[in-house]
Ligand binder design. Sequence first.
Ligand code: PRP
Ligand code: ZN
Ligand code: MG
Length: 225
Amino acid sequence: MRTHDRLRIAIQKSGRLSDPARDLLARAGLSFRESRDRLFCYGESLPIDLLLVRDDDIPGLIAEGACDLGVVGGNVLEEQACERLADGRGEAFRPIRELGFGRCRLSVAVPNDWEWTGPQRLAGLRIATSYPQLMARWLREQGVEATPVMLSGSVEIAPRLGKAEAICDIVSTGGTLMANQLKEVAVILESQALLVAPSQPFGDERAELAAMLLRRLDAVMSVRA
Ligand code: PRP
Ligand code: ZN
Ligand code: MG
Protein backbone atom coordinates (compact mmCIF):
# COMPACT_ATOMS: atom_id res chain seq x y z
CA MET A 1 0.00 0.00 0.00
CA ARG A 2 1.54 3.33 -1.01
CA THR A 3 1.69 6.21 1.39
CA HIS A 4 0.38 9.54 0.24
CA ASP A 5 3.11 11.75 1.64
CA ARG A 6 4.98 11.52 -1.68
CA LEU A 7 3.74 12.61 -5.09
CA ARG A 8 4.15 10.48 -8.22
CA ILE A 9 4.54 12.05 -11.64
CA ALA A 10 4.33 9.90 -14.78
CA ILE A 11 6.17 10.97 -17.92
CA GLN A 12 6.91 9.30 -21.24
CA LYS A 13 9.79 6.83 -20.99
CA SER A 14 11.14 7.59 -24.45
CA GLY A 15 9.75 9.75 -27.18
CA ARG A 16 9.17 13.35 -28.14
CA LEU A 17 7.94 14.42 -24.69
CA SER A 18 10.57 12.68 -22.53
CA ASP A 19 13.48 15.12 -22.56
CA PRO A 20 11.43 18.35 -22.44
CA ALA A 21 9.37 16.92 -19.55
CA ARG A 22 12.49 16.01 -17.58
CA ASP A 23 14.06 19.41 -18.30
CA LEU A 24 10.98 21.23 -17.08
CA LEU A 25 10.88 19.24 -13.82
CA ALA A 26 14.61 19.81 -13.31
CA ARG A 27 14.17 23.56 -13.77
CA ALA A 28 11.37 23.43 -11.20
CA GLY A 29 13.97 22.14 -8.75
CA LEU A 30 13.23 18.41 -8.82
CA SER A 31 16.14 16.00 -8.80
CA PHE A 32 16.05 12.22 -8.80
CA ARG A 33 18.15 9.32 -7.72
CA GLU A 34 17.75 6.97 -10.63
CA SER A 35 16.95 3.37 -9.90
CA ARG A 36 18.89 0.85 -11.90
CA ASP A 37 16.04 0.01 -14.25
CA ARG A 38 15.31 3.72 -14.44
CA LEU A 39 11.55 3.27 -14.65
CA PHE A 40 11.09 4.58 -11.13
CA CYS A 41 13.17 7.61 -10.17
CA TYR A 42 13.17 8.44 -6.47
CA GLY A 43 12.86 12.16 -5.74
CA GLU A 44 15.82 13.50 -3.78
CA SER A 45 15.24 17.23 -3.49
CA LEU A 46 11.50 16.87 -2.78
CA PRO A 47 9.17 13.96 -1.98
CA ILE A 48 8.16 13.79 -5.64
CA ASP A 49 8.99 10.61 -7.59
CA LEU A 50 9.09 10.08 -11.33
CA LEU A 51 7.64 7.10 -13.22
CA LEU A 52 8.76 6.43 -16.78
CA VAL A 53 5.96 4.77 -18.77
CA ARG A 54 4.36 4.56 -22.21
CA ASP A 55 2.61 7.86 -22.93
CA ASP A 56 -0.62 6.06 -23.81
CA ASP A 57 -0.71 4.53 -20.32
CA ILE A 58 -0.52 7.85 -18.46
CA PRO A 59 -4.22 8.86 -18.42
CA GLY A 60 -5.21 5.37 -17.22
CA LEU A 61 -2.58 5.38 -14.46
CA ILE A 62 -3.95 8.69 -13.22
CA ALA A 63 -7.55 7.47 -13.47
CA GLU A 64 -6.64 4.44 -11.32
CA GLY A 65 -4.70 6.51 -8.82
CA ALA A 66 -1.45 4.64 -9.54
CA CYS A 67 0.13 8.01 -10.40
CA ASP A 68 -0.85 11.46 -9.17
CA LEU A 69 0.16 13.72 -12.05
CA GLY A 70 1.31 13.14 -15.60
CA VAL A 71 2.79 14.86 -18.62
CA VAL A 72 1.03 13.71 -21.76
CA GLY A 73 0.11 15.02 -25.21
CA GLY A 74 -3.33 16.55 -25.67
CA ASN A 75 -3.83 14.06 -28.49
CA VAL A 76 -3.53 11.06 -26.15
CA LEU A 77 -5.53 12.72 -23.40
CA GLU A 78 -8.41 13.77 -25.65
CA GLU A 79 -8.59 10.35 -27.34
CA GLN A 80 -8.83 8.59 -23.99
CA ALA A 81 -11.30 11.11 -22.58
CA CYS A 82 -13.55 10.43 -25.63
CA GLU A 83 -13.14 6.69 -25.11
CA ARG A 84 -14.21 6.93 -21.47
CA LEU A 85 -17.21 9.00 -22.49
CA ALA A 86 -18.18 6.47 -25.18
CA ASP A 87 -17.88 3.58 -22.68
CA GLY A 88 -19.99 5.41 -20.12
CA ARG A 89 -17.08 5.63 -17.67
CA GLY A 90 -16.95 8.90 -15.77
CA GLU A 91 -14.45 11.71 -16.22
CA ALA A 92 -11.36 10.74 -14.21
CA PHE A 93 -8.56 13.09 -15.30
CA ARG A 94 -8.24 16.65 -16.53
CA PRO A 95 -5.52 18.89 -17.95
CA ILE A 96 -4.36 21.54 -15.48
CA ARG A 97 -1.55 23.28 -17.45
CA GLU A 98 -0.45 23.67 -21.06
CA LEU A 99 3.30 23.09 -21.03
CA GLY A 100 4.22 24.73 -24.35
CA PHE A 101 6.26 21.88 -25.83
CA GLY A 102 5.46 18.76 -27.85
CA ARG A 103 3.34 20.70 -30.28
CA CYS A 104 1.86 18.56 -33.02
CA ARG A 105 -1.44 17.99 -34.79
CA LEU A 106 -3.69 15.06 -35.53
CA SER A 107 -4.30 15.16 -39.25
CA VAL A 108 -5.78 13.23 -42.13
CA ALA A 109 -3.30 12.45 -44.89
CA VAL A 110 -3.74 10.87 -48.32
CA PRO A 111 -1.38 9.72 -51.06
CA ASN A 112 0.45 12.63 -52.75
CA ASP A 113 -1.07 11.93 -56.13
CA TRP A 114 -4.69 12.21 -54.96
CA GLU A 115 -6.76 15.18 -55.94
CA TRP A 116 -8.23 16.37 -52.62
CA THR A 117 -11.76 17.67 -53.07
CA GLY A 118 -12.73 17.70 -49.37
CA PRO A 119 -13.70 15.27 -46.62
CA GLN A 120 -16.34 13.60 -48.84
CA ARG A 121 -13.39 12.22 -50.81
CA LEU A 122 -12.99 9.74 -47.88
CA ALA A 123 -16.53 8.33 -48.08
CA GLY A 124 -16.59 4.53 -48.10
CA LEU A 125 -12.79 4.27 -47.80
CA ARG A 126 -10.59 2.73 -45.11
CA ILE A 127 -8.60 5.11 -42.88
CA ALA A 128 -5.80 3.79 -40.69
CA THR A 129 -5.34 5.44 -37.29
CA SER A 130 -4.25 5.06 -33.67
CA TYR A 131 -6.91 7.63 -32.70
CA PRO A 132 -10.25 5.94 -33.51
CA GLN A 133 -12.35 8.14 -31.19
CA LEU A 134 -11.07 11.49 -32.43
CA MET A 135 -11.24 10.31 -36.02
CA ALA A 136 -14.83 9.05 -35.63
CA ARG A 137 -15.85 12.35 -34.03
CA TRP A 138 -14.40 14.33 -36.93
CA LEU A 139 -15.97 12.06 -39.56
CA ARG A 140 -19.35 12.47 -37.82
CA GLU A 141 -18.95 16.25 -37.85
CA GLN A 142 -18.14 16.12 -41.55
CA GLY A 143 -21.06 13.78 -42.27
CA VAL A 144 -18.70 11.26 -43.84
CA GLU A 145 -18.88 7.48 -43.40
CA ALA A 146 -15.57 5.66 -43.63
CA THR A 147 -14.09 2.49 -42.16
CA PRO A 148 -11.51 2.86 -39.38
CA VAL A 149 -8.49 0.53 -39.46
CA MET A 150 -6.82 0.46 -36.06
CA LEU A 151 -3.01 0.37 -35.92
CA SER A 152 -1.05 1.22 -32.77
CA GLY A 153 2.00 2.52 -34.64
CA SER A 154 3.61 3.05 -38.07
CA VAL A 155 0.22 4.15 -39.36
CA GLU A 156 1.86 5.92 -42.31
CA ILE A 157 2.74 2.58 -43.89
CA ALA A 158 -0.88 1.38 -44.10
CA PRO A 159 -1.65 2.65 -47.63
CA ARG A 160 1.44 0.94 -49.02
CA LEU A 161 0.49 -2.28 -47.23
CA GLY A 162 -2.92 -2.14 -48.87
CA LYS A 163 -4.57 -1.95 -45.45
CA ALA A 164 -6.14 1.49 -45.95
CA GLU A 165 -6.54 4.24 -48.53
CA ALA A 166 -5.87 7.15 -46.15
CA ILE A 167 -4.49 7.73 -42.65
CA CYS A 168 -5.20 9.86 -39.61
CA ASP A 169 -2.13 10.30 -37.40
CA ILE A 170 0.13 12.71 -35.55
CA VAL A 171 2.16 15.16 -37.63
CA SER A 172 5.02 16.99 -36.00
CA THR A 173 7.70 17.96 -38.52
CA GLY A 174 5.88 16.29 -41.42
CA GLY A 175 8.93 14.18 -42.15
CA THR A 176 7.18 10.83 -41.73
CA LEU A 177 4.37 11.82 -44.11
CA MET A 178 6.81 13.03 -46.72
CA ALA A 179 8.93 9.90 -46.47
CA ASN A 180 5.82 7.83 -47.12
CA GLN A 181 4.52 9.92 -50.05
CA LEU A 182 1.52 11.20 -48.14
CA LYS A 183 0.12 14.73 -47.91
CA GLU A 184 -1.74 16.37 -45.05
CA VAL A 185 -5.25 17.43 -46.10
CA ALA A 186 -7.15 18.17 -42.87
CA VAL A 187 -6.18 19.01 -39.28
CA ILE A 188 -8.45 17.33 -36.71
CA LEU A 189 -6.78 18.45 -33.47
CA GLU A 190 -3.96 20.80 -32.42
CA SER A 191 -1.97 19.36 -29.54
CA GLN A 192 0.79 20.12 -27.05
CA ALA A 193 2.10 18.58 -23.83
CA LEU A 194 -0.26 18.96 -20.88
CA LEU A 195 0.10 18.49 -17.15
CA VAL A 196 -2.70 16.15 -16.13
CA ALA A 197 -4.30 15.58 -12.73
CA PRO A 198 -7.15 13.43 -11.42
CA SER A 199 -10.59 15.05 -11.63
CA GLN A 200 -11.04 14.53 -7.88
CA PRO A 201 -8.80 16.70 -5.69
CA PHE A 202 -6.21 14.98 -3.47
CA GLY A 203 -7.58 14.74 0.05
CA ASP A 204 -4.20 14.35 1.75
CA GLU A 205 -0.58 15.60 1.84
CA ARG A 206 -0.37 15.32 -1.93
CA ALA A 207 -2.54 18.42 -2.32
CA GLU A 208 0.14 20.66 -0.82
CA LEU A 209 2.94 18.98 -2.77
CA ALA A 210 1.01 19.42 -6.01
CA ALA A 211 0.28 23.08 -5.21
CA MET A 212 3.95 23.72 -4.54
CA LEU A 213 4.98 21.99 -7.76
CA LEU A 214 2.47 24.08 -9.73
CA ARG A 215 3.81 27.31 -8.24
CA ARG A 216 7.31 26.31 -9.28
CA LEU A 217 6.25 25.22 -12.76
CA ASP A 218 4.34 28.46 -13.29
CA ALA A 219 7.41 30.46 -12.24
CA VAL A 220 9.67 28.50 -14.60
CA MET A 221 7.22 28.77 -17.50
CA SER A 222 6.64 32.51 -17.02
CA VAL A 223 10.38 33.08 -17.33
CA ARG A 224 10.53 31.10 -20.53
CA ALA A 225 7.48 32.72 -22.13
C1 PRP B 1 4.11 10.45 -34.14
C2 PRP B 1 3.35 9.82 -35.30
C3 PRP B 1 4.30 9.79 -36.43
C4 PRP B 1 5.39 10.75 -36.07
C5 PRP B 1 5.28 11.98 -36.92
O1 PRP B 1 4.46 9.52 -33.21
O2 PRP B 1 2.86 8.55 -34.96
O3 PRP B 1 4.81 8.49 -36.62
O4 PRP B 1 5.24 11.11 -34.71
O5 PRP B 1 6.32 12.90 -36.65
P1 PRP B 1 6.95 13.75 -37.82
O6 PRP B 1 5.83 14.54 -38.47
O7 PRP B 1 7.93 14.66 -37.12
O8 PRP B 1 7.61 12.84 -38.80
P2 PRP B 1 4.63 9.92 -31.66
O9 PRP B 1 5.85 10.77 -31.51
O10 PRP B 1 3.36 10.51 -31.19
O11 PRP B 1 4.97 8.57 -30.91
P3 PRP B 1 4.06 7.32 -30.50
O12 PRP B 1 2.97 7.22 -31.53
O13 PRP B 1 5.01 6.19 -30.53
O14 PRP B 1 3.55 7.58 -29.12
ZN1 ZN C 1 2.42 6.60 -27.79
MG1 MG D 1 3.13 7.16 -33.48
